[in-house]
Design a protein around this ligand. Structure first.
Ligand code: ADP
Ligand code: MG
Length: 439
């Protein structure tokens, strides 16, 4: 229940990581994916791939129909593929609110490219990974935001799935692949888990030749294609390391009738902690599709995830966030969002956190559930009282603090004269928050 809510929230509006789900399907465990702050469009990921010698088809990017047409002519290819650039997957089977079906279109006639682009640019594309109203394919010209990709289409005789990702269970990178890739990979994983292959990589050793060849064979590449695919796999791993990725996903990794192995789609996620040494990659960041609240939260080093209930949750750590979600759910309530404070907290951050939480009109109660390990509870208490006074808090506030300096924190709260409901433990806090709304 809460796990699915949280993962829904995490997947919302993002080009979600199928590979993570493929692994989780196998592990039968649930996990709250950390929010990824850096999201790149497909064409940006493909630029990085090109730089690492990975095989991608020739492409241009365009943000007007006439530019798209121009690009199609310049490609001078047998067939052209036009791909909407949004930060969500499942585009192939998506629908535009212009009526156009499919965010990926193939045509042999470059003249049609302009018409297609006209039905894509400026319209919302809804896919199984977007919110139900879809995501707008933008037309405004910003330096890095061109929104349709015009590429050389190739015949694809077979579509496979390949990804490399950091996996907690394996303490390092893992390759995941399937000979039946393409747009129905989730179904393959659910119905035929035996068609999902895994290969654990030793981070000190890298991908060994035998591993790359075994994966290539498992993906169904035969004869000379097996070596070619193994070579692509190794290049993708080099890229994975070079850009500090947490995931490189290629679906489809395809085979052409002419005997080429090509990466037809790309999704890369990055380790946010590596920003200091990946300046060029992070400079490409496309924040235009991010939830403005999430972006504002990030400025204060806070992680915000919006959901659709009415209880705002202010917590520290993803684990506590999940537990808080679950217990609210158990007592019949629904989280509106959660804001993760992390460690090393300053009073100002607590204040900003409250500002963000109360800005959401759905919120009818706030539940604070902070465990002070590194965090000093007194700082939290001071932040809370200051925020309550300055923001003239209008919704009930239930606070459960535990850990470092908690006695001082409780004193600050009780002497504040503010209508704050104190709770003894998480269960008590959740009950009181749900009850506060029912009143
Ligand atoms: P998404 O994963 O968002 O649906 P893809 O980039 O994987 O988008 O494209 C969807 C499908 O379109 C692919 O599975 C493939 O069959 C087809 N396709 C994508 N790029 C090309 C291309 N360059 N040439 C031919 N077919 C393509
Ligand atoms: Mg794809």
């Amino acid at each position: 229940m809460a796990a699915s809510m949280a993962s829904q929230a995490v997947a919302r509006g993002l080009r979600a990581a199928t590979s993570k789900h493929l692994l989780l399907d196998k592990c039968k465990c649930t996990q709250l994916n950390p929010r990824r702050w850096l999201n790149l469009q497909e064409y940006q990921s493909k630029k990085l791939m090109q730089e690492s010698g990975v095989a991608v088809q020739r492409f241009y990017v365009a943000d007007t129909a006439s530019e798209a047409l121009e690009a199609a002519k310049r490609l001078n290819a047998k067939e052209i593929v036009l791909k909407a650039q949004i930060l969500a997957g499942g585009r192939g089977k998506g629908v535009f609110d212009s009526g156009l079906k499919g965010g990926v279109h193939l045509t042999k006639d470059p003249a049609v490219v302009g018409e297609l682009a006209n039905k894509m640019l400026g319209f919302n594309l809804t896919t199984k990974q977007t919110p139900k109203d879809g995501v707008k394919v933008k037309t405004h010209r910003l330096k890095t935001h061109f929104q349709v990709m015009v590429a050389e289409a190739l015949d694809i005789s077979r579509e496979t799935y390949f990804a490399i990702l950091m996996d907690r269970a394996c303490n390092g990178p893992v390759m995941v692949g399937s000979p039946q890739g393409g747009m129905d990979i989730e179904e393959v994983a659910a119905k035929s888990p035996e068609l999902i292959f895994k290969e654990v990589i030793d981070i000190f050793e890298g991908v060994r030749d035998d591993q790359a060849l075994r994966m290539a064979a498992n993906l169904g590449f035969k004869g000379p294609l097996e070596r070619q695919a193994a070579d692509q796999i190794k290049r993708l791993y080099d890229l994975f390391l070079k850009v500090d990725a947490t995931q490189v996903e290629v679906n489809p990794l395809g085979e052409t009738p002419e005997g080429q192995v090509v990466c037809f789609d790309a999704k890369i996620n990055f380790d946010d902690n590596a920003e200091f040494r990946q300046k060029a990659v992070f400079a490409m960041d496309d924040m235009t599709e991010s939830d403005p609240t999430e972006t504002e939260a990030a400025k204060w080093d806070l992680k915000y995830i919006g959901m659709d209930g009415n209880i705002a949750c202010f917590v520290n750590g993803a684990g506590l966030a999940m537990a808080t979600c679950d217990i609210i759910d158990l007592h019949g309530g629904k989280p509106a969002n959660f804001l993760d404070l992390g460690g090393g907290v300053k009073e100002r951050q607590v204040y900003e956190a409250f500002k963000l939480l109360t800005a959401d009109p759905k919120v009818e109660a706030i539940l604070v559930n902070i465990f002070g390990g590194i965090v000093n509870c007194a700082i939290i208490a001071n932040g809370i009282t200051k925020a309550c006074r300055e923001l003239e808090l209008k919704v009930p506030l239930v606070v459960r603090l535990e850990g470092t300096n908690v006695h001082e924190a409780k004193r600050i709260l009780s002497e504040s004269g503010l209508p704050i409901t104190a709770a003894d433990d998480l269960d008590d806090a959740a009950k009181k928050a749900v009850a506060a709304i029912k009143k």
